[in-house]
Design a protein around this ligand. Structure first.
Ligand SMILES: *Cc1c(COP(=O)(O)O)cnc(C)c1O
Length: 373
């Protein structure tokens, strides 16, 4: 029996640092303080320092982080927010949670990220019945930075805010600058499988604007600026001390983990060279951190089955574009390109095993399987 290489394995990141993590969790349990305390503040400081941004505000998850970013920027009912359909549904769900109207932009096919040309179509003229676009949420999908130079130029020209959804891109860079430092605000998810993952739900929103951060801190806890006094209507989206302590253990390993992901990606590239299956394309000037290594082929289902028979676990990120999902189909506004590239990609993409704790033997097993297809 061939051993199966899983597509992802968050438990491996626990086993790799078990003693440190056990000690951190025990420290929190024994402290008697479980929500919004020393650990959370320390993680916010350490994450800000690692990213190179003034303010990190920890919160419950990456979806809430997007809502906090939108709401603190004053975006809500009566505003349209442009984003992509080729993303985790969370990106679009957050726009509706903030009571704004999503407008979905197509991807540029080789990179799977927002097409600046299609964005310009809705900035110049919103689709019928759509209010003006007040903000853009770009998604650095799979760990690949969006074409931020073009997006930021458009945002300046049309005076819209830019929020970076960095849930898959901790440590990615665009021309030497880390994603998350380029827009008005940026959000991170620490869902267990992300490049920096907690062992439960957690997220953060970051900004260089301390006034904005103050609003985010109030919004995440009932709108309190002072205890028991709500100055604005808020929500409850706080980070547990346990998750913060775990993230503090894992943050120092993040850069090495991203380096390992890049080495695995290079091995896959070599195995796919000259074959019929398309390897992922890196954007010029980008440091891609390979949250996912996504191949593309018209024979996707057959390739997935053959890899599975050779013990290679795969997943599809994502099989149904947001604008075609039952909850959204037919009711969301789309850019002029009608998300045609997005719909085409969904039927042809496949994510290979990718996590830093993969052994050399596991990487070899995947490469051998790739050479046979
Ligand atoms: C994971 C993810 C989110 C949502 O994060 P949660 O922590 O699960 O709420 C948002 N956007 C993208 C692109 C993601 O991959």
């Amino acid at each position: 029996m061939t051993k199966v290489v899983p597509q992802t394995d968050p438990g491996a990141s626990y086993r790799a640092a078990r003693d440190e993590i056990d000690a951190a969790v025990r420290r929190v349990l024994e402290s008697g303080w479980y929500i919004l305390g020393e650990e959370g503040r320390a993680f916010e400081r350490e994450f800000s320092e690692w990213l190179g941004v003034a303010e990190t505000v920890g919160c419950g998850n990456g979806t809430d982080a997007l809502v906090l970013a939108l709401t603190s920027l004053g975006i809500g009912a009566g505003d349209a927010v442009a984003t992509v359909s080729h993303t985790a549904v969370a990106t679009v769900a957050a726009i509706e949670m903030a009571e704004a109207l999503p407008v979905l932009i197509d991807i540029d096919a080789p990179h799977y990220t927002m097409c600046p040309g299609d964005l310009e179509t809705v900035l110049r003229q919103p689709p019928p019945g759509c209010p003006p676009v007040a903000a853009v949420i770009v998604v650095h999908l799979y760990g690949q930075p969006v074409a931020m130079d073009e997006i930021l130029a458009l945002a300046a020209r049309y005076d819209v805010k830019v929020i970076e959804d960095c849930a898959q891109a901790h440590g990615a860079m665009f021309f030497g600058r880390k994603v998350g430092t380029l827009g008005d605000a940026a959000t991170f998810s620490f869902y267990p499988t992300k490049n920096l993952g907690a062992f439960g739900d957690a997220g953060a929103v970051v900004t260089r604007d301390s006034g904005l951060a103050e609003k985010m801190r109030a919004l995440r806890q009932y709108g309190w600026a002072r205890k028991y006094v709500s100055d604005v209507p808020g929500v409850n989206s706080r980070m547990d001390e346990t998750q913060a302590a775990i993230l503090r253990v894992k943050l120092p390993y993040l850069d090495a983990g991203n380096g390992r992901r890049q080495d695995i990606a290079a091995a896959y590239d070599a195995a796919l060279a000259d074959g019929p299956v398309l390897a992922p394309r890196r954007r010029e000037g980008a440091r891609h951190v390979f949250h996912q290594y996504v191949i593309r082929t018209l024979e996707r289902d057959a390739v997935q089955a053959r890899l599975g028979a050779m013990g290679v676990g795969t997943r599809i990120h994502y099989p149904v574009p947001v604008h075609l999902q039952p909850a959204y189909a037919g009711r969301l506004k789309l850019g002029a390109a009608q998300c045609r590239e997005t719909a085409a990609a969904a039927g042809e993409i496949l994510s290979l095993p990718m996590f830093p704790e993969m052994t050399d033997g596991q990487v070899r097993q995947v490469c051998d399987a790739l050479k046979q297809i």
